[in-house]
Design a protein around this ligand. Structure first.
Ligand code: IPM
Ligand code: MG
Length: 358
């Protein structure tokens, strides 16, 4: 029996997570897996009921589960709180940190049917199959923060970008291992022409590459990488990078497939895995049944693959999504002429209908 914690969170998280849970259950039934699903509070509801966006009960639930399925956090209500109580900083980041999830895995593989929905040309994106591995518990997000007033009445704010060799090594080991199982090319993205932390990153990557002779390591500056992701994204196999660089580059990489609503993620490295769509809570479209649930659904595929080690179940979900897209169904973010527009719930029902064991 596998215990799965489910945290819908805010905004469209409350619409896409029920859909994803339905797929999770259907898949478990198909493959005769016994899941024990337990819901937990995070962000707005947690703050309202328990006085904190990440209450101890939620953290304990997650720590005692094999995997966590998370929707999204962030809302206009919560934005009114002081920064240290906002859900991004007080719930999501501590959850990642407490669970030891230093490796965030975001795969971008083109669905041929979605090429017309992409802002880029067919020739540029048709062979894209890449994964970004984002360091998730260090760097700019977690470095010391301060705000001080000077005698002159100025204010100075700072966020520290710090990495230890241990932190760099473990994420690079993770990335080399992933690259070894794929096309054996690893692009380490940094800003070593300016940043000291990037210099240590680059030296450490060079050192570690001795242990992975079958993987070709290249280094790329982050500004160049942003450009290459739109100019020639098919050149990439595995990209590994610092926390904030990875945050920015993955939003950009997601639209190769037409929409941020297509990008799933797995956060790994601890005993519990955390699975969440890479997009946010999108309060502007919440409650209208128009959000794309596919990133959340594909996150459940990653949950089967990486936390339950069930490759067949993962592939079944991915195949069901591909079939629904091939049949022409699209949520509004992916709509192009000649396709059939459907809402969040209907998209979920379609994926469930197309789901088979093999
Ligand atoms: C992501 C999101 C989060 C991040 C936000 C919600 C804090 O953008 O998972 O990419 O920046 O890590
Ligand atoms: Mg992001």
């Amino acid at each position: 029996m596998y215990r799965i914690a489910v945290l819908p969170g805010d905004g469209i998280g409350r619409e896409i997570i029920p859909v994803a849970v339905h797929i999770l259950k259907r898949t478990a039934d198909l493959f005769r897996l016994n899941l024990q699903i337990e819901y937990g509070l995070i962000s707005e509801e947690a703050y309202a009921r328990e006085g904190h966006p990440l209450p101890p009960s939620t953290l304990t639930l997650c720590q005692n589960s094999v995997a966590v399925l998370l929707g999204a956090v962030g809302s206009p209500e919560m934005d009114r709180l002081p920064p240290e109580l906002r859900p991004e900083r007080a719930a999501l980041l501590p959850l990642r940190k407490e669970l030891g999830l230093y490796a965030n895995f975001r795969p971008v593989k083109i669905f041929p049917e979605l090429i017309p929905a992409s802002p880029l040309k067919k020739e540029i994106i048709e062979n894209v199959d890449l994964v970004v591995i984002r360091e998730l518990t260090g760097g700019l997000y977690f470095g010391e923060k301060s705000r001080v007033k000077t005698a002159e009445g100025e204010e100075i704010a700072s966020d520290l970008l710090a990495y230890s060799t241990m932190e760099i090594r473990r994420i690079l080991h993770f990335a080399f291992t992933v690259a070894r199982q794929r096309r054996q090319k690893l692009t380490s993205v940094d800003k070593a022409n300016v940043l000291t932390s990037s210099q240590l990153w680059r030296e450490t990557a060079e050192e570690l590459s001795q242990d992975y002779p079958e993987v070709v390591l290249e280094h790329m500056y982050v500004d160049n990488c942003a450009m290459q992701l739109v100019k020639n994204p098919a050149q990439f196999d595995v990209i590994v990078t610092e926390n904030m660089f990875g945050d920015i580059l993955t939003d950009q990489a997601s639209v190769l497939n037409g929409s941020l609503g297509m990008l799933p993620s797995a956060s790994l490295g601890g005993e519990t895995g955390l699975f969440e769509p890479a997009h946010g809570s999108a309060p502007d479209i919440a409650g209208q049944d128009i959000a794309n649930p596919i990133a959340a659904i594909l996150s459940t595929a990653l949950l089967f693959r990486y936390s339950l080690q069930h490759e067949a179940a993962a592939q079944a979900i991915e195949a069901a999504v591909a079939r629904v897209l091939a049949a022409g169904y699209r949520t509004p973010d992916l709509y192009t002429e000649g396709t059939t527009r459907v809402g969040t719930e209907e998209m979920g029902a379609l994926v469930a209908r197309f789901l088979t064991a093999g």
